[in-house]
Design a protein around this ligand. Structure first.
Ligand code: MSP
Length: 504
């Protein structure tokens, strides 16, 4: 039996089209899913859309659409974007689907029977645009939302509460006993502090709008959108009815998300799972946020970056590579056209594109396009260093990928590429050819070829199409992509230059 790997992205609000922030999580999850498939895992990569709540209902009203029409139209934008971005998800869940609604209502009733959901009165402040509830303490005498600075309104209403406080100690114990659960470390520390400061029961139903899943036994209430949304991770894999499917995939191996929603995933979600007596996910990873030219991305500023337009202008691979390489996964990043162009030109056009073209030109020129046989490698530098790098790079890459250190994984690949470029200068193959040192020349070509073969395997999770193109030019099988498959009698087929330079 193959080992399994279950990875998820957040489900996105469908009040608008996807932007570069959503695309970031999606590409990261895609790279990991592809990597695990390559390693022989049976992978479930889940993504989807979060379609309920007051914000979505009011955005539908702005367009004079019914909420359902509105979410159908906007959900399609996500589906189209992920197709354009070559996202290899296995399932796409929408919270308006029947499979999801059934699970939510089942869980709500079950936790109510158990006493973990109970009826009470909610009193506090509400920010309509953010759908956030605030306490007096949080507002600190102001009457504006701490997130968006807009006016908040006082509300008092009957609501159902989830007994979060009951799980405080158990959760803290679990987080402390599992140091790798919440990543990176800085987010873990924030969560621990938050839990230690005391968890309060919170309201999980609303009566001030109707666009949501009804509380099954009290239909004037709809279920709070975050309670509804988090459960997608188990409704999609058949909980509670499809025991085989659920048993196969749960617990999730990795939940990826942006840093601002780590608290929902690392506190509320585990508590819901504990209430259901289900195991907790293995990794909760909160990545950083992208600003645009130093500014927070927002519609009002008009600086929202559309990933589709970006891919049309610079090529999909420039976008995928830039987002994954530019900042360590977990840290914040800044997007600008100039940094995308320089990253592309230096890493892809100069370093990799040139290496492919120089190596294939030399194999063509000196060996008629046939990859020569190596003799026993010399153990003098730089050959020894190169051989060592060829062995070590896939190992380091693999370890980084398994720890969701995506930019680091790529930096190991680029370490190999840079070394290969400097190796050409040091070995000066043209001089070896002149002096008739054919065997040494063959060794140099074999080293370079082997480095490129590995690179074609290690970039394929990040840039699937260029990896294929590169393998075609190297004369390798385009489908059997694996570090360990060594092919024989290879003839290279140099094609048009890969990654042509972008104009500034
Ligand atoms: N619907 C909730 C998630 C529910 S998951 C059970 C939600 N949706 S969202 O559409 O607002 O955001 C989805 C993801 O996009 C979040 O992980 C968020 O961090 C990410 N990003 C939104 N803007 C971003 C940037 N500017 N930069 C990086 N990621 C950002 O929250």
């Amino acid at each position: 039996m193959k080992p399994k790997y279950y990875i998820t992205t957040p489900i996105y609000y469908v009040n608008d089209a996807p932007h570069i922030g959503h695309t970031y999580t999606e590409i990261a999850a895609d790279a990991l899913a592809r990597w695990k498939r390559m390693q022989g895992y049976d992978v479930m990569f889940l993504t989807g859309t979060d379609e309920h709540g007051m914000k979505i209902a009011s955005s539908a009203a702005d367009f004079s659409r019914t909420p359902q029409e509105h979410v159908d139209i906007n959900c399609q934008k996500f589906i189209d974007a992920w197709e354009r971005m070559e996202i290899s998800y296995d399932d796409f869940i929408r919270t308006t689907q029947k499979r999801h609604k059934n699970t939510i209502q089942y869980i709500f009733s079950r936790l109510h029977e158990k006493g973990d959901i109970y009826k009470g009165t909610y009193s506090g402040w509400y920010c309509k645009p953010c759908e956030s509830y605030w306490t007096d303490f949080q507002l600190q005498d102001k009457k504006t939302c701490p997130d968006c600075a807009r006016q908040v309104e006082k509300i008092e209403e009957e609501a159902y509460f989830f007994a979060l406080s009951k799980y405080q100690d158990k959760l803290l114990k679990y987080i402390n006993a599992n140091p790798d659960l919440i990543r990176p470390q800085s987010r873990r520390n924030e969560v621990i502090k938050f839990v230690e400061s005391g968890l309060k029961d919170f309201n999980v139903s609303r009566t001030n709008f109707t666009w949501g899943i009804q509380v099954p036994f009290d239909t004037k209430h709809v279920i709070y959108v975050w309670f509804d949304a988090l459960i997608n991770y188990i409704s999609a894999i058949g909980y509670p009815d499809d025991k085989d499917k659920f048993g196969k995939w749960w617990p999730a191996d990795a939940h990826l998300m942006g840093k601002e929603i780590v608290r929902f995933h690392a506190v509320i979600w585990p508590a819901i799972l504990m209430a259901l007596d289900l195991p907790l996910p293995k990794i909760i990873f909160g990545h950083g946020w992208w600003t645009v030219e130093g500014q927070k991305m927002s519609k009002s500023k008009g600086n929202v970056v559309d990933p589709m337009k970006l891919a049309d202008e610079f090529g999909l691979d420039a976008v995928r590579y830039f987002l994954m390489r530019e900042v360590p996964f977990g840290a914040d990043g800044d997007f600008s056209r100039s940094s995308l162009i320089s990253r592309y030109n230096s890493d892809l056009a100069n370093d990799l594109g040139n290496l492919v073209s120089r190596t294939l030109t030399m194999i063509d020129k000196y060996f008629g396009g046939k990859v020569p046989e190596a003799s026993k490698m010399t153990d003098s530098n730089p050959d020894a260093i190169f051989s060592e790098l060829i062995i070590e790079t896939p190992k380091k890459y693999s370890e980084a990928m398994d720890n969701i250190l995506l930019s680091e994984a790529l930096s190991f690949v680029w370490g190999l590429i840079s070394f290969a470029n400097s190796y050409i200068e040091q070995k000066a193959p043209w001089a070896l050819a002149k002096r008739g040192k054919t065997q040494e020349l063959a060794n140099v070509m074999v080293n370079l070829f082997e480095a490129l073969r590995l690179v074609s395997v290690l970039i394929c999770q990040f840039m699937p199409a260029p990896s294929k193109e590169m393998r075609g030019q190297l004369g390798l099988n385009k489908e059997a992509v694996n570090c360990d498959i060594l092919e024989k009698d290879i003839t290279v087929k140099k094609g048009s230059p890969m990654f042509p330079r972008l104009a500034k």
